[in-house]
Design a protein around this ligand. Sequence first.
Ligand code: GDG
Length: 464
Amino acid sequence: MARLVIVSNRVALPRERGARAGGLAVALREALAKHGGLWFGWSGETSAEASDTPRVLRTPQGAYATLDLSEAEHAGFYVGFANSTLWPLFHYRLGLIDFRRAAFEAYLGVNRRFAAALAPMVEPDDLVWVHDYHFIPMATKLRKLGLRNRIGFFLHIPFPAKEVLTALPGHERLVADLCAYDLVGFQTQGDVEAFQGYIASEAGGRVGDGWVEAFGRRLRVGAFPIGIDAEAFAEAAVKAAASEETQRLKDSLAGRRLMIGVDRLDHSKGLPKRFEAFQELLGTHPEHRGKVTFMQIAPISRGEVAQYRTLRRELEGLAGRINGKYAEFDWAPVRYLNRAFVRTTLAGFYRFACVGLVTPLRDGMNLVAKEYVAAQDPADPGVLILSRFAGAARELDGALIVNPFDIDQLAAAMHRALRMPLDERRARWSGMMDIVRRHDITHWRETFMAALIAAPPVSSAAAA
Ligand code: GDG
């Protein structure tokens, strides 16, 4: 069996164990253990002069190799092009984009330097699987160094429509880089179609069912909706329901009901509109005042990027205003927490909450939606309110699907969720739970890897 080489911006080292490790980390580690091989990426550290020699940690389940970024690379590649240009662009937020040519050069430079460090560690039959927008040019750089391996890419975030993508100076180059892979996987069929739309009308290429041909290459493309470890998460939720934290949460609510949101503090997640909708609910349906608490867990993310700091201030203002307007001496409508919790604690909170709010303005998939479903009590499940612009909405049609830009509709969905009868809640939940179980993280990983193994080898990949 071929070895697996995983490339991603952050590497989940084996010391990040148990409850702290996310489902993706666990799934990829399992793949490493099964195939043997290597996980390569950024160490998470910056240093004044970053070394070109990776730090390698060998374990019986595979090796982990990481490089530091220099301070200039961190500013240009990570804070700059990846998170201030590509992230907002791919999430349709043209107004938030900060494009600088120097940052684009830093992005290409990090991809070149990382490829040069990785290439000597790759053996001829290895399968290489590159993750996400940080490393789109990785295959081009590896191929320049002579690698002929099968190389696959999975994009965790949405692929934007061509009208949006073409706003990026250098978009042709980025798409040509995607075409250097043998397989490009997206979260949804909509993303596949957006990519094919660009290839057909901007790149003069050809597209068909599961493939594209452009820039002198033919490659496979497909939708591989990512999932979670549904069984493990459901079990964790049952256990956590009896945990001290869940008990304290219950006690603190004194019989009131809970609506929950859990998101990295990110402008794609639609948090200000969600807060405004909750305010609208309290304004238009006074019967919920004093009866419902909305708890938003939003760990700080990418604090180095200016846009994220602005968002944080905006949310602090909104939470303060809602509480100022509606709080009673024994009830605060909004609990807003800028901190992270261990996964099992979150599982218990999800199970206790009668409404899960997942209302991003754009999201590749959104795993919180699937975790909320997996955590529910089958006898008395909660209601998921889900944005139509999350990839998860393609699968979880038992949710109340909303347009997150429509604050009135969002408030109406909250009202409906809070009053939904048990029969309807059960019927909606069981259909969603089936899908979350069937399309779990193992299914995702195995279907992607099977497609990569089946992709035609490089020697016959030149376009007809
Ligand atoms: C990207 C794409 C795509 C959140 N707070 C805490 C915590 N989390 C965990 C959640 C969930 C994960 O982080 C977040 O995943 P999402 O999918 O919701 O969103 P992104 O981080 O934006 O992920 C997304 C994903 O990649 C996978 O392909 O679905 O569309 O944007 O698992 O539970 N975990 C812990 N404490 C927290 O406070 N332990």
